[in-house]
Design a binder for this molecule. Structure first.
Ligand SMILES: Nc1ncnc2c1ncn2[C@@H]1O[C@H](COP(=O)(O)OP(=O)(O)OP(=O)(O)O)[C@@H](O)[C@H]1O
Length: 257
């Protein structure tokens, strides 16, 4: 197997005496989609934000395969180096597009900004690439100059995907990206996401409480409870033959719904 893109050992994040997550070990490989599932309060968002180094870990180590340095302890990077990573080689798709987009500037500018972060300077090229990405996420090109606040929720979420993927990141963190979408647009959105992840060989760490989303998108699944990983494995295996009683309960409660 290839070298891991992200390697995590003994990770913990606490809020005072309360455990956010602890004892987390995981390896993520290039192009792999990993889903973090678990009930409300199990520590999914804490783990995601700590992995993305947007929350400072209290214990443990996160190593990332930086393009120019190989596996590097993220704790040794400066804030400027972390910001560079967030703007270029990583992406972050929020549950609420208002948190991941700049709502007042045009769709084209939302995409163009990320391109400028990776060095693009030519206005025509940036506009062309933005139009191309709008088409890839199924937004009509004539909406290029419109602000996302005039878009539907589904369009905003697709724009957030375009903004993140235009810089060709290798790793994208996603926090419940489908939770705010109507059921009627969820399936198409998931299809689009799955296609783009495969085409771009994108590694994704995705938080969801929806096991159907995990089944559709993720090769590997982590199940969390009380801040700890209680089960991990290939998604189909975990869902079809859960070993931990908590996972069994989680799977059977979905089947019963
Ligand atoms: N900012 C915070 N301050 C104090 N405690 C927090 C904070 N954020 C989360 N927690 C606590 O950490 C634990 C894990 O919360 P977290 O939000 O990571 O869970 P989650 O699985 O993402 O939940 P949900 O699905 O409801 O978003 C919970 O006990 C929660 O109360």
């Amino acid at each position: 197997m290839s070298r891991p893109l992200l390697q995590v050992r003994g990770l913990a994040k606490r809020y005072g005496a309360r455990i956010g997550c602890e004892g987390i070990d995981l390896d993520l490989y290039p192009g792999e989609v990993l889903c973090i599932a678990g009930e409300s309060g199990s520590g999914k968002s804490t783990l995601l934000n700590t992995l993305a180094f947007q929350l400072q870990p209290d214990e443990g180590q996160i190593q990332y395969d930086l393009k120019d340095r190989g596996l590097t302890d993220l704790g040794t990077l400066t804030q400027a180096q972390l910001r560079e990573l967030w703007r270029t080689d990583w992406g972050f798709v929020r549950q609420n597009p208002r948190d991941g987009l700049r709502m007042q500037v045009s769709a084209g500018a939302n995409i163009g900004e990320r391109l400028m972060a990776v060095g693009a300077r030519h206005y025509g090229d940036i506009r062309g690439a933005a139009a191309d990405w709008l088409a890839r996420v199924e937004i009509p090109a004539e909406r290029l100059d419109d602000a996302p606040k005039s878009f539907s929720g589904g369009m905003q979420q697709r724009l957030q995907i375009a903004r993140n993927l235009v810089s060709r990141p290798r790793l994208v963190f996603m926090d419940e990206p489908t939770a705010g979408l109507d059921v009627s647009v969820q399936a198409r959105f998931l299809d689009l996401l799955r296609g783009l992840a495969a085409e771009l060989d994108l590694a994704v760490i995705l938080v969801t409480h929806d096991l159907a989303v995990a089944r559709l998108l993720a090769q590997r699944l982590i199940v969390m409870r009380h801040g700890r990983i209680v089960e991990t494995g290939l998604t189909d295996q975990v869902l079809d033959d859960p070993q931990h009683p908590y996972t069994q309960l989680l799977v059977s409660s979905v089947l019963a719904a």
